[in-house]
Design a binder for this molecule. Structure first.
Ligand SMILES: *Cc1c(COP(=O)(O)O)cnc(C)c1O
Length: 363
């Protein structure tokens, strides 16, 4: 007897692997595997979230009026072109649902964010991986991958898991080389952390082009990953399409309220940014001093390579786990000789470096 059969592409669909948060036999593991904010959420965001507890019986604002107004004010945007999602992941997925049909092609860069092939496959589209250039997205390779079937190009800028980014000029060149019927999605999940002058989160391109979408998240700098809230900015027609296919109440009331409070807590934001710049540099220096290769990062994590070392990335990963620290080893993404480490609190960063010293200098 034949049971229910899912669409044919579901069989090959990858499942998103989140960072581990538990280690068997260890009571309280320190999680540095998902690029979560070292300092957690803003105290004002937590207060706004708690206050919303009395309203849990109410459906949330379906058009996120106040949140869009707060975003529009902060970044000088047209609120009518802002879309909000259940995490920015929902927006990435909905772009595929709306614009890519089975056997259409969706391009992303080698070592690009793991969600892109998954979002493409979920609608039966074909994920196409373009070569990178030494851990950096490569504009010419991305453009060379374009065919008649291409519908979307996804670019995380800065990229996860490499931490590298493309300059505004390179983004312009990428966009200029794309046919106008292809959407360029600039996933700027880590934009707030970038402190380089040649960077633009994508707003300049969205402002002038009809086929560009920028996505952002409250899961990283703002420390609200558990609330699942992200947003995007696009030209009005794309924004209207995204609004049409989302669920009507996709973003919860507590998430909307906490996000607004987080956006407005400038002092906490500055503190989180300063913490990240200091410790990202410190970690990069310390890891380099251990003979490891650190890929230059613009985000809140570092990707470190164990090339020409007696200790492998896997051994280092296992050793740190025994000590209670979870980093991210990504053999499935072709990065078996690398570990990705989220910038943590001072004592966490120092402990990881201390344990790596024991391991590598004892070897
Ligand atoms: C973490 C991350 C996101 C954010 O996902 P949310 O669904 O908003 O939590 C998006 N893109 C990249 C590249 C990321 O690393």
């Amino acid at each position: 007897m034949q049971g229910p059969t899912p669409r044919p592409w579901i069989d090959t669909l990858g499942i998103y692997q989140g960072g581990k948060s538990k280690i068997a036999g260890i009571d309280r593991a320190i999680k540095l595997s998902s690029n979560e904010s070292a300092l957690g959420p803003s105290p004002k965001a937590m207060a706004a979230y708690r206050e919303e507890a009395t309203q849990l019986h109410r459906y949330p604002d379906p058009i996120y009026h106040d949140l869009r107004a707060a975003l529009a004010q902060k970044y000088d945007l047209d609120p009518g072109r802002i879309v909000c999602g259940l995490g920015s992941d929902e927006i990435l997925k909905n772009l595929c649902r709306a614009y890519a049909a089975p056997s259409d092609e969706v391009i992303y860069s080698r070592y690009g964010f793991m969600m892109y092939p998954i979002a493409a496959q979920a609608v039966g589209a074909v994920p196409v991986e373009a070569d990178d250039d030494n851990f950096v997205a490569h504009v010419d390779s991305l453009l060379a991958a374009v065919t008649d079937k291409t519908r979307i190009v996804f670019l995380a800028n800065p990229n996860n898991p490499t931490g590298t980014y493309l300059s505004a000029q390179e983004l312009d060149r990428l966009h200029a080389g794309l046919p106008t019927n292809v959407i360029l999605v600039i996933d700027s999940a880590y934009a707030e952390y970038v402190n380089f002058d040649d960077y633009d989160a994508g707003l300049e391109l969205v402002a002038k082009a009809p086929n560009v979408v920028m996505t952002r998240t409250f899961s990283k700098l703002y420390g609200l990953g558990s609330l699942r809230i992200g947003w995007g900015y696009a030209q009005s027609e794309i924004a209207a399409v995204l609004d049409k296919i989302r669920d009507p109440f996709n973003v919860s009331g507590p998430a909307q309220k906490a996000a607004i409070a987080a956006l407005q807590d400038h002092e906490f934001e500055e503190k989180a940014l300063a913490h990240n710049s200091y410790w990202r540099r410190w970690l990069s220096d310390e890891l380099t001093a251990l003979g490891l290769t650190v890929i230059p990062s613009a985000a809140n994590f570092v990707l470190v390579r164990f090339a020409d070392t007696t200790i492998s990335a896997e051994q280092a990963n296992n050793y740190l786990m025994q000590k209670g620290y979870i980093l991210r080893w990504l053999p499935g993404q072709g990065l078996a000789d690398c570990l990705r480490m989220t910038v943590g609190l001072q004592e966490e960063n120092e402990a990881v470096i201390g344990h790596l010293k024991e391991l590598m200098q004892g070897a």
